[in-house]
Design a protein. Structure first.
Length: 251
């Protein structure tokens, strides 16, 4: 995509930082004065062609710097930080940011997180990547999060989550911008529906039983996206999990 394709995302993210986070820093840190947050923007695999966009809840630790929410009250700093987060989501000309990230995790922990272990099996079931012996399969993905700001560990809760959803500049709209730009054929939320994806996307059919919690279609600008919301994959039988997701996508 052209170099400035993500300008709208960066500008909206900077406004979220400044208005939603910096403008409410006293509320956000009221019960945790030492809170620091880390920012995230979508990571796009070098071979991404629109086949699969996968969304998590929030990063559990990330490469960008931690800062207290009050720092984002400075509009210039918020903009600078947003640009820095974008640079981390990209890579050098010959590298794939998704593959490099998984290679790094495997080097440190000798395994990849359950989120990506499940995604790997799903890409195989969908026929997006047949060879999953190395991490080249991840180059086919676009990876995002519901919440773009989170603590150093764990998911955002309380005011930190609320302000990202409900302020004038918010992560609900930012996700819509991402989907519009990336035009995925399949959109997978590995987040759970209740209290998570339901706050970010409308008009899906809720399901009970099994691993699939909601599904439906998004139609916009002559493009249709199949949407599947699954529970978190931790502790699940990965082959069964991937099979249910593939069936929900109609593959």
């Amino acid at each position: 995509m052209e170099p400035d394709a993500r300008t709208e995302e960066v500008e909206l993210f900077a406004k979220i930082l400044h208005h939603a986070i910096g403008g409410n820093h006293e509320r956000i840190t009221r019960f945790n004065p030492s809170l620091e947050v880390v920012g995230f923007l979508p990571v796009e695999g070098r071979a991404y062609s629109g086949e699969l966009m996968v969304v998590g809840r929030a990063v559990n630790g990330w490469k960008t710097c931690l800062h207290p929410p009050q720092k984002f009250a400075d509009e210039a700093f918020a903009r600078q930080y947003a640009e820095g987060v974008l640079s981390v989501s990209r890579s050098e000309e010959k590298d794939c940011p998704m593959k490099s990230m998984l290679d790094e995790w495997q080097g440190e922990k000798k395994r990849i997180p359950p989120f990506f272990a499940a995604t790997r099996e799903i890409t195989k079931r969908l026929g997006i990547a047949n060879d999953i012996k190395n991490n080249d399969w991840a180059s086919q993905l676009l990876w995002s999060q519901l919440y773009k700001l989170s603590p150093a560990r764990g998911n955002p809760t309380g005011e930190l989550a609320y302000r990202q959803r409900c302020e004038t500049y918010n992560c609900v709209d930012l996700l819509k911008v991402e989907i519009k730009r990336c035009r995925p054929k399949r959109l997978l939320f590995l987040t759970g529906w209740k209290d998570w994806a339901r706050n970010f996307i409308d008009n899906l059919n809720e399901r009970t039983g099994g691993y699939i919690e909601a599904l439906g279609n998004l139609q916009s600008e002559n493009h249709q996206t199949r949407v599947v919301v699954a529970c978190r994959p931790e502790g699940r039988r990965l082959q069964d999990f991937a099979e249910q997701v593939a069936e929900a996508f109609g593959d």
